[in-house]
Design a protein around this ligand. Sequence first.
Ligand code: ZN
Length: 123
Amino acid sequence: MRKEQIQAQIEKLKAELLKLGPMRPGSLSQQYSACQKPGCKCVDPIHPQKHGPFYQLSYSHGGKSTSQFIRPQFVPEVRQQLAAYKKFKELTQRWVTLSLELCKMEMQEARAEASQPERSRRS
Ligand SMILES: [Zn+2]
């Protein structure tokens, strides 16, 4: 790949990053529970039906792990925010990959330029 192509791809990634909406890290899981109260459906001896689903969001940020329950009506919104974060991670990873490549190319160019006078002197 040429330098200009890499630069163009980085610009595209930046444009996509700007389009990202609200984001949050983590994952959403469904939990069911049994309250164990006598006579409750969750402890029915024949057809026990646990309570739930409860949606639990777990994430770690800044070295801290947290989890919180999410009300069912907010689940679609939270799923979108989780997806936006995934996209964010993916785009920045690709940006770093391209940037590394670009830095390498620039260093190689600088090295080639620095060694040129020597080579012409020798010839
Ligand atoms: Zn119960």
